[in-house]
Design a protein around this ligand. Structure first.
Ligand SMILES: *Cc1c(COP(=O)(O)O)cnc(C)c1O
Length: 378
């Protein structure tokens, strides 16, 4: 196997799920989002571990992602967060995915397809309370619920919304989320007043789990925190979370560079004195952001060493100092996993993004290696 790999610590996922369970109390169900291949960690293994660790639902973004989980033998209920195309409905039904429905057109098309397949198709109503992405207006929720309940091949199973600013602890963020939750509560009440059971009511992403306990309802859908990161850096102290992904590589080449010599494309880094430089077989072609060039450190034998020069597609260089104890073939932690190593949150801060994007971007060229006692449960 290649030197560069993502070690996926499934025990940490289990711990994070237990931490969230302890925080939300025994009642709400946990839905684990495994979209985008489990935020880059590997959808199937994450899904299996999540279910074994107490998650009741999984969630995907595309029909294909859901179908892959079914092919791997996963039988848990799977929510579909995004809108399927009309021509994907048969595949969606076949994969037993539970879609969010936000309008009559989709409800009708799905009902027809479900009737054709001879199944009772569960659906959740999605209400747009302020995210501005997908959902019916709150004041139309009761009508949509009535319509869905009238369609014989659909089963109205749940009612959901999505929060746009739940990860903000600033007063404006808290107020905006409360406003969304007020609208959601009003819509859910209107559904009840129409004589219908809203089923599983859910709204909370990671931010809401951390900051808005009143948003737990019957189910929570925390993603990033179960992968070991708070949704915003400021929230890191609120719950102890363990990064699930550890990105490692090895030193494949070591050389001496004389004072004044340049390293990597563009010659942007020039040795200020004689230095030992190591080469690592990882680059932006693996998903390590090129914009980290000159602004990143990796952990080798317990010490952080700076990357120097531009990050190439497949390789990058590390400054091991004027003399070094580090040896060729030594293991290098790029992020996560070890005390002292940077994590995906630190990287996100450096390149002005969020940890989600860092783990999602570690791509297919990087093999995933799964570890943890949870693997051995039959
Ligand atoms: C991705 C997603 C989540 C999880 O969000 P996190 O910020 O990772 O906790 C929850 N609900 C919906 C609808 C999503 O798309």
């Amino acid at each position: 196997m290649r030197a560069t790999k993502a070690i996926i610590h499934l025990d940490n996922l289990k711990k994070n799920i237990e931490t969230v369970r302890g925080h939300i109390g025994p009642e709400p169900l946990i839905c684990m989002p495994v979209k985008a291949d489990g935020y880059g960690h590997g959808g199937v293994s994450i899904a299996e571990t999540a279910i074994r660790s107490g998650a009741a639902f999984l969630a995907v973004a595309t029909v294909q992602e859901g179908a892959e989980l079914r092919k791997a033998g996963i039988s848990a209920p799977i929510l579909l967060f995004s809108i399927p195309l009309p021509e994907e409905l048969d595949e969606m039904i076949e994969a037993r995915l539970i879609p969010f429905i936000a309008d009559r057109e989709c409800a009708e098309a799905l009902a027809a397809e479900a009737a054709k397949a001879g199944v009772l198709q569960p659906v959740h109503i999605k209400i747009d309370t302020g995210m501005g992405r997908v959902g019916c207006p709150p004041e139309e929720a009761a009508d949509l619920a009535r319509f869905i309940a009238s369609l014989k091949s659909l089963q109205y199973e749940g009612t959901a919304t999505h929060l746009a600013i739940a990860d903000s602890a600033a007063p404006e963020g808290i107020a905006a989320t409360r406003k969304q939750l007020d609208r959601f509560n009003t819509a859910v009440e209107s559904i009840k007043k129409a004589g219908l059971d809203p089923g599983i009511v859910h709204a909370a992403n990671s931010g809401a789990v951390l900051l808005h306990p009143e948003a737990s309802f019957n189910m929570v859908r925390p993603g990033i925190m179960l992968y070991g990161y708070p949704p915003a850096g400021e929230l890191s102290a609120r719950l102890p979370l363990e990064p699930v992904m550890e990105l490692v590589t090895r030193i494949v080449f070591i050389k001496k560079v004389k004072k004044g010599e340049a390293v990597s494309y563009g010659g942007t880094w020039i040795a200020p004195e004689d230095r030992v430089i190591g080469t690592l077989p990882i680059g932006y072609g693996d998903g390590l952001p090129r914009s980290l060039s000159g602004n990143f450190q990796v952990l080798i034998q317990g010490t952080l060493y700076p990357l120097v020069g531009r990050i190439c597609m497949d390789q990058c260089m590390v400054d091991l100092g004027p003399a070094t104890e580090v040896n060729r073939w030594d293991r290098v932690t790029v992020f996560g996993g070890h005390e002292g190593a940077l994590n995906a949150g630190d990287i996100a801060t450096k390149v002005n993004t969020i940890p989600y994007e860092i783990t999602c971007d570690i791509n297919k060229r990087v093999p995933r290696v799964y570890t943890g006692s949870v693997l051995h449960i039959p």
